[in-house]
Design a protein around this ligand. Sequence first.
Ligand code: SP5
Ligand code: ZN
Length: 347
Amino acid sequence: MDVVYSELHALQNGAYELIGGQLQPPVEKPERAETIRAAVEAAGFGPLLSPESFPDDTITRVHTPEFVAFLSTAWDRWVEAHGPYDALPLNWPVRTFRQKIPEAIDGLLSYYSLDAGTPITAGTWKAARTAVDVALTGARLIQGGKRHAFALCRPPGHHAAADLYGGYCFLNNAAIAAQYLRDNGAAKVAVLDVDYHHGNGTQAIFYDRADVFFASVHADPLQEYPFFLGYADETGTGAGEGCNANYPLRWGTGWETGYADALDDACRRIHGWGAEAVVVSLGVDTFEQDPISQFKLTTPDYTRMGERIARLGLPTLFVMEGGYDVAALGDNVVNTLTGYLNASVVA
Ligand code: SP5
Ligand code: ZN
């Protein structure tokens, strides 16, 4: 399986994350992508391909031009105002506030963000922009006839909406890849999101559309971040009614205790809908030892996950999302891809 990777991911390297009331080193750190790259190479996956450059209009098919302009200039404006420290928002336009776009950089961070856990640093734009190229290079391989590819994206993307960043995500790599597949020949594309957290950004981007099906298996937002989207009654709207499927699962869920059944149902829905290709938002933060998560998947369970995805029988682009137990990340990703490959039926 081709693997697309760029070392420029390391340009995203925040100093701190506010987590549980403490400033700690971020869990979303460069070692994540490096350990995955080493593991997939050691497991014989490859070749390791560098990303091609894609134009900005692939991004603005999914994100607003204003948001892209903000992200690409935010660091310089922040440094001018405050100095070279991680750029973080401090308040949000929640209930009772107006949705105005402010002038000051602090206000812009507030307007365009959904949390304070996602630092914008000197290298954020370059890293996020490159992750899009990584995803699109994978999408182009699929569009060109490959049955599968792995886009080793970092930073991740699935929390980013048309004009929102957060959850360690800036640009929605998987959504941009799905849109690219739509724009280059596939009439119906599914996104299957198996990250522990609900893919609120991807859902929001495609919520009113009948040409992209979004299915997500994730921790119940009553208990878990991002809290305000990802419920089972979110089924799509307008033309997109029936094209969104959420599987919220309670803390403590394991493979045999709800996860496998939810994944199976999500895959059935994607198959029944008639997807021509699937983009998998591959987060492995469902792992039992993940430092910020409460599911109980084990390393062997990821082999089963890959096998189930393979039984869709669809051209498949894996796009890396979350997963924070660096010691096990490599094995969990390799098992997913190996399970997929060993079970895939060549059409
Ligand atoms: C891509 C992705 O996986 N983003 C996840 C962003 C989650 N950020 C909030 C984390 C809050 C963790 N709270 C639990 C702490 C347990 N010690
Ligand atoms: Zn996650």
